[in-house]
Design a protein around this ligand. Structure first.
Ligand SMILES: [Zn+2]
Ligand SMILES: [Zn+2]
Length: 283
């Protein structure tokens, strides 16, 4: 068996053990029917069409779930290295991400969480090596529905088309995925030929991190900064910490920023967004 075939078989085994989060064991049509209550008929997508994959510059692969509406649609980044790849966030977990990644890359993977909201950690349990900041390690290990914001956000309104098997808010859950590596500010994630520095950016959530690759002046900013409505007031958020984190990011000579949601942007837009945030929120 080739390495890639072996990896796909490993993904399938993991799915058998944990399920794929979409509740395929129950009747799909019933579930889809229940899920459309109050929102009209909604198409159900196939697993093959669930993800969209694009290769960007600097050996970065962007994966997203186009049938989840933009505000809830997490950007998943695969940073390709010589010795291993870094998977930054893992989306909703409604369809196997491990199988999707195996179809484009056959490298060893470290799955890191920029923070532990459900839209960023849904598929972490599918990967054997997992990293998270120490302030959110407990949420990755025990993803309490309130702590990961399934309550109140993960409703059927977040979809433009339903995942295979439909969607039931009451049954949707994030599988426990205890970290194999606990991160702190200043840690370096070593991919062999690439190195990303962990910047602790509490505020949006207590263990939010950004990842900085100095060699390419690229910032993976999670939900701390993206080009859309930033969330400062959700459960466990701290506006005071958020302001301090944004002040700290101002010092970075970023050329490219890949955020947790919405399209990527350049350094000028980055500085403008930080300035606008501080103007609005700094006392
Ligand atoms: Zn978030
Ligand atoms: Zn998010």
């Amino acid at each position: 068996m080739s390495w890639a075939a072996g990896w796909r078989s490993f993904c399938r085994t993991i799915l058998k053990v944990f399920g794929d989060g979409s509740g395929l064991e129950t009747d799909g049509r019933q579930r889809a029917g229940a899920a459309t209550d109050g929102v009209g008929a909604m198409r159900t997508e196939t697993a093959e069409n669930w993800y969209e994959v694009r290769t960007l510059n600097d050996a970065v692969i962007h994966i997203q779930e186009p049938h989840i509406r933009p505000f809830y649609r997490c950007n998943i980044w695969l940073v390709c290295g010589r010795e291993r790849d870094l998977l930054i966030d893992s989306g909703s977990g409604l369809v196997s991400l491990c199988e999707q990644v195996a179809s484009v890359r056959s490298s060893r993977i470290l799955a890191v969480a920029t923070h532990c909201h459900f839209d960023h950690i849904g598929s972490h349990h599918e990967f054997g090596e997992r990293a998270v900041h120490k302030r959110e390690a407990q949420f990755l290990a025990e993803p309490d529905r309130e702590a990961v914001l399934i309550e109140p956000y993960a409703t059927v309104e977040m979809f433009s088309a339903l995942p295979p098997g439909g969607y039931d808010h009451g049954e949707y859950a994030i599988h426990p995925a205890p970290a194999t590596q606990i991160l702190e500010d200043g840690d370096i994630l070593d991919l062999g030929d690439r190195h990303l520095e962990v910047i602790h950016t509490p505020g949006h959530s207590p263990g939010s991190i950004a990842l900085w690759e100095a060699a390419t002046a690229t910032l993976f900013s999670g939900d701390t900064v993206y080009d859309g409505p930033l969330v400062t007031d959700t459960w466990n958020a701290s506006l005071d910490n958020y302001v301090r984190s944004v002040e700290r990011l101002q010092d970075l000579p970023a050329r490219v920023v890949h955020g947790g949601h919405f399209p990527s942007f350049g350094g000028d837009r980055f500085r403008l967004l930080l300035h606008a945030f501080l103007t609005r929120h700094r006392v």
